[in-house]
Design a protein around this ligand. Sequence first.
Ligand code: LLP
Length: 430
Amino acid sequence: MSHSTPHFDYHNGVLHAETTALSTLAEVYGTPLYVYSKAALLSNFDAYASACGTRDALICYAMKANSNLAILDLLARRGAGFDIVSGGELLRVLAAGGDPGKVIFSGVGKSVADMRLALSHDILCFNVESIAELHRLNEVAGSMGKTARISLRVNPNVDAKTHPYIATGLKASKFGVAFDDALQTYRVAAALPHLAVTGIDCHIGSQLLDDAPLLAALDKLIELIDELALEGIVLHHLDIGGGLGIDYGEAGEAAPVPVDIYLGRLFRRIDQWRSARHDGVPIKVIFEPGRSIVGNVGVLLTTVEYLKKGEEKNFCIVDAAMNDLMRPALYQAWMGVHAVRPHSGETADLYDVVGPVCESGDWLAKDRILSAEAGDVLAITCAGAYGLTMASNYNTRGRAAEVIVDGDRVHLVREREQAADLFALERLIK
Ligand code: LLP
């Protein structure tokens, strides 16, 4: 279809995932339906892995992007670690057979229960975001007779003016420790008895199309690592976070820098720095990619329910809604919409693609030329990241089913939620 969704293409007038017709999947499993390509997933992961080559590097997939157990299992078997943000995500990693020794734990609000669970499984590292969290983690680890490995999430405050996509690396963000406070915070951490200071991390934002801000952040981390070494605080890993963007297909949007180019530049910079240091201390490099691993791996299939033509607007009302895919409603995100079986264009018109939810904000796409009829199946493309993981049950709508396509084989990896599932935990008062 386009170079950005390489495993989704038209054959004989029907959109396919690998060699499976999406029209067949819609018939068999119903819609809304998330469809993922196994080959696309593995090739995205392999792009990171091969750019790392034989280096001491770990790709900790940011599973908030898509945490289906089957996806985690495929990545774990490929050698992935995981970036988690809750105890629940750790339980998913374990359920999928992932190695907790390759798990890093991000997030500003880790609870005592989350810390206990993660410590009991000896995760690789806690990415700590505040002094208060350092003290809490030290206490919890001490009470369990354990030592927690920690990294500080530093906020490198890279220039947002030239890079408007950066949302989390600025001073005003709730995330991380301010760059200017980092040295002092490391001193606090190093003095706490139940913590082992092992690394440094950052995550400056998501859907970055240019790697310049990432490389600027790297320079700031390097600066801190050198300053810390002078004080005898020696770090063993550097975690640059995730954030690399994907091509959603919007006209006029710049193409994202390819993974191999970005990692090549990053490693070159690290090599120059290490060879200038001469202290022989090796440093492991950790990545936390989410969107760039799963974004273009999935589509959301939805069926056209009604066409509603008006004086000012035409609406293409589909069976998927903001509860299935929140990105347009929440961020005004642009998502591609493609007919699974395109008609010849004589009925084409301009539509907003909207769902059945009772909110004006419930739209999936605006002002698209579509030649649609009721009953047609549409594919919302690049929906593999932050799709089902952000879905809700608003309007008592069950979350969509998920399938993984492997050539012409199809695996149902999440059943569709039924209405009874949605109120099963509720009780009438006696
Ligand atoms: N590491 C940390 C600490 C993060 O907070 C995130 C994403 C990632 C890694 C992965 O970032 P990625 O490689 O996917 O850019 N729901 C939004 C995106 C939120 C990103 C949150 N943090 C969306 O749909 O665009």
